[in-house]
Write a protein that binds this ligand. Structure first.
Ligand SMILES: [Zn+2]
Length: 441
């Protein structure tokens, strides 16, 4: 029997993907040294051994030859601010002065549709250059910024979640919203589940929302239960003190969100550094997830996320860049810093787990397992072609690797956008580093 050739694409490379969390399951990953990925109409048709799948192909199917490279699912960045692209790597002594000095003035410009559109194009190109095919994105407070990003993502057929920021106090007048969430609801109705678009209800963080706005946000989240929710929690100690003053009746910072109905499956909480046992338990019990943002936490001096604590509680953890508080769009560089943060907290984070967290782990936490995050048949074909020899140093190091863990670890510690040979979204190539892969004879 031969495979139907209609729209069939075939990619030969080493294949890596996951079925479970390597921290809690044996045989959590699939590694095929000489593999073949078959894609049809934007979806994975099969992922297996080249030797067994190649004979099923009709003679006219071209096999894109990526031998020497690793094909893995596209990375998922679960917390990133698109208007902050322009202020990445801006110096400031901590989170709150950084917001006042850089973030708010920059976000103001995103009320201009032309500025928002140009920013969205650059932002998406940068994600794809770094192998990130799905992200949970904070826009600015302006609906124009959200519309610009939705339109640019739709043109690239990307599976992205994003929403306009909500904030109606403790921010400059020019960014101030109200407790009337009509604009968010209109954006949900216009965009959520249109093609691959997804909406995330996005209160910036508790200090910049009145209780009236938080209550309205909870109502909106109940009215649209399959939307995402994203916000920040317990990032830095000054911020935590501030929240205690603003919400003295609440048990904890996280409890503010629970009180207003914002903890549920598909809720993503950025940072989660200064949490206690009860907070981690609530995250686990409500099916909410954590976006661990190590480059941002180190850059702003916010603190060290306790992965082992989250694991003990059974809370879902993902990795995120948090650009522009984060210092890199690269999920490889995010892994690099996550590894070091884990070491400083006395635990050890293997490379295999980091690749899981950045792919299937994130998909699971977003309720998207089977849709993105691995290569099960029928999944949307978002994948990247990793180059273990992308720099002279990586080439020299990986030439001496004897295990998959060593190779992935070298990629995580030494790799960046140069290690992404190509990026595919819904079966189409949306980024290539230089020349296209060789086509086998
Ligand atoms: Zn953030």
């Amino acid at each position: 029997m031969t495979t139907d050739t209609t729209n069939l694409q075939a990619y030969r490379a080493s294949l890596l993907h996951f079925h479970a969390d390597p921290a809690f399951a044996e045989d959590a990953h699939t590694w095929i040294e000489d593999g073949l990925l078959l894609v049809e109409d934007g979806r994975v048709k099969a992922a297996g051994d080249y030797a067994s799948l190649a004979p099923t192909l009709a003679p006219d199917v071209r096999v894109v030859d990526y031998r020497g490279y690793i094909i893995a699912p596209g990375f998922i960045d679960t917390h990133v601010h698109f208007p902050q692209t322009d202020i990445i790597a801006s110096p400031a002594p901590g989170l709150l002065p950084w917001l006042d000095t850089y973030t708010f003035p920059t976000e103001r410009r995103f009320g201009d549709p032309a500025h928002a559109r140009a920013g969205a194009e650059f932002f998406l190109d940068e994600l794809l250059r770094n192998g990130t095919t799905t992200a949970m994105v904070y826009c600015s407070v302006h609906k124009e910024s959200a519309n610009a990003l939705f339109e640019a993502s739709a043109a690239r057929k990307l599976r992205m979640a994003r929403g306009k920021v909500l904030m109606d106090r403790n921010c400059p007048d020019f960014l101030q919203d109200t407790a009337d969430l009509r604009e968010s609801e209109e954006l949900i109705q216009r965009w959520h589940k249109q093609g691959r678009a997804m909406y995330a209800i996005t209160p910036r963080f508790a200090p910049t929302s009145t209780e009236a706005q938080l209550a309205a946000t909870g109502e909106l989240a109940r009215a649209y239960p399959d939307t995402f929710i994203q916000t920040h929690v317990s990032e830095n100690e000054d911020e935590c003190t501030w929240v205690r003053e603003l919400f003295p009746q609440r048990r904890s910072y996280l409890d503010v969100y629970e009180h207003y109905g914002l903890m549920r499956p598909r809720a993503m909480f950025g940072h989660c550094i200064w949490l206690d046992d009860a907070d981690f338990a609530r995250l686990a019990d409500t099916g909410s997830a954590i976006a661990h943002c190590p480059t941002s936490n180190l850059f702003l001096g916010s603190g060290l996320f306790d992965l082992a604590h989250a694991d003990r509680a059974g809370a879902m953890v993902t990795l995120a860049t948090d650009v522009g508080g984060g210092t890199s769009f690269s999920m490889l560089q995010t892994m690099n810093e996550a590894y070091k943060v884990a070491r400083l907290k006395g635990s050890y984070l293997p490379a295999l787990r980091m690749f899981y967290l950045a792919t299937l782990g994130a998909a699971r936490s977003m309720g998207l397992e089977g849709t993105i995050g691995n290569f099960v048949a029928g999944a949307e074909a978002d994948f990247i072609v990793l180059d273990p020899k992308s720099t002279p140093l990586l080439a020299r190091r990986t030439a001496h690797c004897t295990t998959l863990e060593e190779t992935l670890f070298a990629l995580a510690l030494l790799g960046d956008d140069r290690a992404i040979r190509a990026t595919y979204a819904f079966g189409e190539r949306v980024h290539e580093r230089s020349t296209y892969g060789q086509v086998a004879a």
